[in-house]
Design a protein around this ligand. Structure first.
Ligand code: GDP
Length: 198
């Protein structure tokens, strides 16, 4: 697939306002600051498709990007979670919109879950894995900012995460990724191609 063709379609604050559920979608989720925007930009080879801004106002929307000629193959940027500076009630609301999308979106083919290689598997990461498991949605984990660790420790972190997710190995795969060094792109494309072809 040609991911460079990705272009912004629409933003929605919640499931009810998303485009019709008639496409095939790959969603991206992760804690704020995990490197989600940087990864989407690296994968689509566009500098500013997903905004790497830290303002919570932008991160709470579900952003849809269309691929290739039509608008039925889509990449979906889900709200980042765990943003420290917002009230608890607002966090809960964003999380419920995100969970709604993951539970109910039938065109969703797979979830790319981003975690900083140095801080993987937060409680909320696990909750998302459980949501995905409940509907047998495949998940591919990117351990981001792999360039921040030396090769040995990065590999150790990868193995550790794999061990912790052993019970979900049918549905969940994991890799190292660095948007900065453009490391791991081909491995991610292979997974995305498979999901969009199914
Ligand atoms: P988001 O909040 O998950 O969308 O995260 P961003 O993509 O905005 O990245 C958060 C911070 O991590 C920014 O300061 C990025 O420059 C940095 N970052 C993202 N990806 C990488 C990477 O691959 N390597 C390094 N060293 N820093 C990264």
């Amino acid at each position: 697939r040609n991911y460079q063709t990705a272009r912004f379609l629409i933003s929605a604050p919640k499931l009810a306002l998303c485009p019709p559920d008639d496409g095939i979608e790959i969603a991206f989720a992760g804690r704020s600051n995990a490197g989600k925007s940087s990864a989407i930009n690296a994968l689509t080879q566009q500098n500013a498709l997903a905004r790497t801004s830290k303002t919570p106002g932008r991160t709470q929307l579900i952003n849809f990007f269309g691929l290739e000629n039509g608008d039925t193959l889509r990449l979906v940027d889900l709200p980042g979670y765990g943003y420290a500076k917002v009230p608890e009630a607002m966090k809960k609301e964003w999380q419920s919109h995100l969970a709604d999308y993951l539970r109910r979106r039938s065109g969703l083919a797979g979830l790319i879950l981003l975690m900083d290689v140095r801080h993987p598997l937060s409680d909320f990461d696990i909750q998302l894995l459980e949501l995905a498991d409940a509907r047998e949605l495949p998940v591919h984990i990117l351990l981001t900012k792999a360039d921040k660790l030396k090769q040995g420790p990065a590999k150790a972190s990868l193995q550790q995460v794999k061990r912790q997710l052993a019970e979900w190995e049918d549905l969940v795969s994991v890799q190292l990724f660095s948007a900065l060094k453009r490391q791991g792109l081909d491995q991610t494309y292979a997974v995305m191609d498979r999901w969009l072809a199914a």
